[in-house]
Design a protein around this ligand. Structure first.
Ligand SMILES: *Cc1c(COP(=O)(O)O)cnc(C)c1O
Length: 423
């Protein structure tokens, strides 16, 4: 499509947007009646209007039936999990029983490493990206120590080449080959939180597994953002949170994917709890752990029903919009953002923005990370003051993520216009 840098053109794109009505499904932050331009869905997705009702329903069940709600609520709490895994399995591309909704992301990473990081002999190392999200770094460090090993020699970090911001896929593959006899696990962010780079999960998985390693992805920035095919890619496991692109609210319940090839293997080492116990006989409360033969077999304790309810509300909005429509709009929206930012750069004597995020459509999702070449903090402050919610990362990076469910093309145009006027 031939884009134009004009408000009327952006309005035309909005008018033709099949998802334009979905903005009304969300509460948009506003001040004195003026809506903010919220480009921080990569950090905390906005609140769907219906979430309140879903939580209220749990309150009512609790009031009406007490603990009997697990079996006798209008929608019994015992089966609530299935409705979540149905929706999520479409978003991450797998079978419903390969998803379990539980805990938070960092806890789940630990639980998955219990099962999938089994250092033995020479094969003790974890390959990850440099500058992984801090929680992931601390998780790996402390997990390695828990095995009595030294993190300094057992974590291999892949870096971008000098002068580059993204990590080349060929370099990831090269590292796997180089360390093939020592790798126990390859663990990468599906999308790096800082750069917004999408890794080629399929080729990485294939090569790492050929090398004899297990492969997991942290999909905090990928789930609900880009198309995934975890089952067909044969990924061993993946974890994600639900408060970024999945709009389930602060501290929302997270989820894991565990490939079905592991479900029936009762020798899998794991940390168990009663909520992972075989469902039909769980309440016999017998001695000896007998896991459910699905991803639910990794659950630990009683689910947080309020959190389930907020996840359900948010997933229902995704279902109504249609995951394919969301992806189509995302591609057009980010392409327009890129075009607008190129125009901003071109309007200056010297470029002001250096893009950290790879430009290729298959290598990024909603998020664009801009390294500001001058006056970064000042520009960020001015943007925030004028009602554009973006995010600042030291030393000079502004991240922004227009989200297809509630952001529009005119907002992107306005952002470019405001940025130019600040400059
Ligand atoms: C957001 C994010 C987290 C946060 O983990 P929580 O346990 O939900 O606090 C972890 N890892 C990555 C890559 C993230 O983007």
């Amino acid at each position: 499509m031939q884009f134009q840098n004009s408000q009327s053109f952006a309005q035309q794109l909005d008018a033709n947007d099949p998802l334009k009505s979905f903005r009304q499904q969300f509460i948009i932050p506003a001040e004195n009646g003026k809506e903010k331009v919220y480009f921080l869905g990569n950090s905390l997705g906005l609140q769907p209007k219906r979430t309140n009702n879903f939580i209220q329903k749990i309150m009512n069940d609790w009031a009406t039936h007490g603990v009997e709600s697990f079996f006798h609520a209008n929608e019994p709490w015992m089966d609530y999990h299935d409705q979540l895994t149905q929706s999520l399995s479409k978003i991450v591309g797998c079978l419903p029983h390969e998803v379990s909704v539980m805990n938070n992301l960092t806890v789940n990473l630990h639980l998955m490493l219990v099962s999938f990081y089994r250092p033995q002999g020479k094969r003790t190392k974890i390959l990850c990206e440099t500058k992984a999200f801090p929680s992931d770094q601390y998780m790996m460090e402390t997990h390695i120590k828990h095995h009595g090993l030294d993190p300094a020699t057992n974590i291999i970090e892949i870096k971008p080449r000098t002068g580059e911001h993204a990590i080349r896929n060929e370099d990831v593959l090269q590292m796997i080959v180089e360390h093939k006899d020592e790798l126990a696990l390859v663990l990468l962010g599906g999308i790096n939180y800082y750069s917004g780079q999408v890794f080629d999960m399929q080729t990485i998985t294939q090569l790492a597994q050929q090398a004899g390693a297990k492969v997991g992805f942290d999909l905090a920035h990928a789930a609900g953002n880009i198309e995934l095919n975890l089952h067909d890619w044969h990924v061993d496991f993946a974890c994600w949170c639900s408060y970024k692109y999945l709009n389930s609210g602060p501290g929302a319940v997270a989820a894991v994917f565990i490939h079905e090839k592991y479900h029936k293997d009762e020798t899998m080492i794991r940390f168990g709890g009663w909520w992972g116990y075989d469902k039909p006989t769980r309440f016999k409360m017998d001695k000896g752990f007998k896991p459910m033969l699905s991803a639910e077999g990794w659950q630990l304790g009683t689910p947080a029903m309020f959190m389930y309810a907020s996840a359900r509300a948010a997933l229902e909005v995704v279902e109504e919009a249609g995951w394919e429509n969301i992806n189509q709009k995302r591609k057009l929206l980010t392409a327009y953002l890129w075009y607008i930012l190129d125009e901003v750069n071109a309007s200056q004597t010297n470029p002001i923005i250096e893009f950290i995020t790879p430009r290729n459509e298959t290598e990024h999702g909603c998020q664009l990370s801009m390294n500001m070449l001058q006056r970064g903090k000042e520009i960020y402050n001015a943007l925030m003051k004028q009602g554009f919610y973006v995010d600042w990362r030291e030393p000079s990076v502004i991240r922004l993520a227009p989200v297809p469910l509630y952001n529009g093309f005119e907002e992107v145009w306005k952002f470019g216009d405001c940025l130019k006027s600040i400059l």
